[in-house]
Design a protein around this ligand. Sequence first.
Ligand code: GAP
Length: 444
Amino acid sequence: MARKNSNDIMDKIVSLCKRRGYIYPSSELYGGLTSCWDYGPLGAELKRNLKAYWWDAMTNRRDDIEGLDAAILMHPEVWRTSGHVDEFVDPMVDCKTCKMRYRADKLAESTCGKKPSKTPLECGGELTEARNFNLMFRTFMGPIEDSSSTVYLRPETAQGIYVNFLNVKNSSRQKIPFGIAQIGKAFRNEITPGNFIFRTREFEQMEMQYFVRPSEDDKWFEYWRQERWDWYESLGINVDKLRWHEHGNDELAHYAKKAFDIEYEYPFGWQELEGVHNRTDFDLDRHMEATGKDLRYYDEQRKEKFVPYIIETSAGCDRTILTILVDGYDETEVKGEKRVFLRLSPRIAPIKAAVFPLVKKDGMPEFAGKVYEELKKQFKVFYDESGAVGRRYARMDEAGTPYCLTIDGQTLEDETMTVRERDTMKQTRMKIAEAVDFLSEKVR
Ligand code: GAP
């Protein structure tokens, strides 16, 4: 069912994103391009922080996972082997009445092009029979545009990891179980993109493939489910809005033996945020068969060779950004005025702290400027001296900045300043010399 209030909240978030420089419609000067979005100054910073947070958890803090950054364009045979050329399809229907196109399996969640309060099942439009549509974007490599030069924009980053399994294993000398992590763009010619950055045709994935002994797949599958759940919790996402959804046989991707999605309750309903999949030996087996290369792992201790099973954790970067924005968006009445707060975790907030002189006189701007210059060496901070301090706080609350540091008359006497926390709006006094330690503890 199309939800009544969902548009309202989503519209407010889209408008906040535009206003504060998080996300803009792509090519807006030209009227925009469906489902494409550009990250503005704060959005780019948030995205960088999110990716760094994931990368840190998945690689830097672990001895058993290596990083990779594979090319988007891969040999076209990779996608035939992986099954994407034949099986990466969605069933599509057309509405003969409003001429819109829908995913046949998502009609109950779609909105009619002419009557947005109704789904295509309810609006009375006549739908065609479903037919399959391949989601991969095609392009040509080199100057000749024919089938021999067709290449695909990768629809998932995972295959870049599989075809590098041997390279990474040999150069890193990792022993099973070990993983390879990658962040990168993926492209899918979605039939019905929508809900802002939830489903787009160009998006970023944060994927990790963990190679295990086949007999230990269930154990590692459960391990990674827990790890990924904990990661979202550590990001400050409200866990009451998270749940698991196990894929039934009719939902399982062609490569998966078992799959669980972490779902989030968006304003438009419960939807997938991340997938944890047991891909078995499907991918390595198929690449081995297609290339004739031996991708088996040799266990020196046990003197045995086997094709590892793969446990995959596959998160959407943009979808996580949407989750963070939706989860953090809050309207609260402050002194009779409705105010917007973006309650982002300090770990990923674009601006960690704002530095204000209380007033533009009595040496306060000079003092605040020095504090700002000092903090800037370590953190993304913002200096603002324009307007009443209350308005400056409000601007930072809406931009998601967790702390505001204010230099006032007392600062000049004892080198203390006020630290205002966005979420409690409480102010405490702190020695300026303690600010670096304070912010370090909060943001790292
Ligand atoms: N390698 C496995 C894989 O790609 P998936 O469930 O198709 O699995 C993983 O995608 C994640 O990628 C999803 O949970 C979602 O977060 C993100 N994702 C997939 N399609 C997307 C789209 N069209 N727009 C934005 N994010 C998308």
